[in-house]
Design a protein around this ligand. Structure first.
Ligand code: UDP
Ligand code: MG
Length: 316
């Protein structure tokens, strides 16, 4: 099979028939063998009924349905697990992404040898409240991930070599950073294609403003995981040691100053009279806690399924 189109959807009943007809037209015009995999993310409208009607008329249409709304990332993950095509293409269900981009995306994966090609909605048809923070968000993501050539990390329209989607795990809200996940998994050839974008025709966006806060938090998590995911002691141990050493020497200094002041008039016998003593003590305790966090992190990392998961480039 040439192409699997994976479409996560949550309450998109109006768009689905148009979307399927459009994809079918493109596939038939180009002679691709394909499947359309709808992943219904717990829709409460008629989406599932509509998909059943579509599937009855087109045997290339398949569906998985969640019992409740889990989110776009879990939906993509399930779609990726089922996809059988040589090239896997994801797109949103709301007709904002154009299926006309499929042939060129397919060509870039199969002929140009990209592992992943992300769409770039260069001209966007979204409200300003979304496009401006998105620019900032993408600039940060470029910097943190080191994938310098991507302008639009979270574009729903993306194409992958099948191997890539089988190798990465999208969870939580990590669909925003799939290129980063792919890079961390060892896939280096990540490209971009300017794609057509349309305003939402039916329904409304399923993400609120919290997307930006969560987006930044997730980026921090991914950065942390890529640096210290399997060796947490390297960061917590360092922080812990630094704090402890600073605290320890600060206590010494407090004690020495006490001894020196023995001769002066303002002599007070108890070190506990000094506020610096407590600050130093706090630093030592925090240092120890960082250290213990590092040990617990190591225990968890020891059992992580990722700890020995390497992508082999070549072997002789
Ligand atoms: N979506 C989903 N589960 C969710 C939220 C969204 O499957 O919990 C789907 C949604 O139906 C659409 C795609 O993810 O197909 C992108 O969502 P949306 O168009 O609302 O996002 P936006 O274009 O505003 O970024
Ligand atoms: Mg949309």
């Amino acid at each position: 099979m040439d192409i699997s189109v994976v479409i996560p959807l949550f309450n998109e009943e109006e768009s689905l028939p148009e979307l399927e007809a459009w994809i079918r037209r493109v596939m038939e015009a180009n002679g691709f063998s394909y499947e359309i995999l709808f992943v219904n993310d717990g829709s409460t409208d008629r989406s599932m009924d509509v998909i059943k009607e579509i599937a009855a008329a087109n045997p290339n249409v398949h569906a998985v349905s969640f019992s409740r709304n889990y989110g776009k990332s879990p939906a993509l993950n399930v779609g990726f697990a089922r996809a059988q095509g040589d090239v896997v293409i994801t797109m949103d269900a709301d007709l904002q992404d154009s299926p006309d981009e499929i042939p060129e995306l397919y060509r870039m994966i199969t002929e140009d040898g990209y592992d992943l090609v992300s769409g770039w909605k260069k001209k966007r048809y979204d409200p300003l409240s979304k496009t401006i923070p998105t620019k900032l968000f993408n600039a940060t993501a470029r910097k943190v991930s080191g994938i310098k050539n991507l302008h639009d990390f979270n574009c729903g329209l993306k194409a992958y070599k099948r191997q890539v989607v089988k190798h990465i795990e999208v969870y939580g809200d990590m669909h925003r950073y799939i290129p980063y996940l792919a890079k961390n998994a060892g896939y280096k050839k990540i490209g971009e294609k300017v794609v057509q974008h349309q305003a939402r025709k039916y329904g409304h966006t399923k993400f609120g403003l919290d997307r930006f806060v969560n987006g930044y938090l997730d980026l921090g998590t991914l950065w942390f995981l890529s640096k210290f995911g399997v060796k947490p002691m390297h960061i917590f141990g360092l922080l812990g040691s630094l704090m402890f050493i600073i605290g320890f020497f600060a206590v010494l200094v407090v004690l020495i100053l006490k001894c020196v002041s023995l001769c002066s008039d303002s002599y007070s016998f108890y070190v506990t009279n000094s506020v610096y003593f407590y600050l130093s003590l706090a630093a030592m305790i925090m240092g120890l806690q960082f250290f213990l966090t590092g040990f617990v992190g190591e225990l968890i990392a020891r059992n992580s399924p990722e700890r020995n998961n390497y992508l082999i480039g070549e072997e002789f």
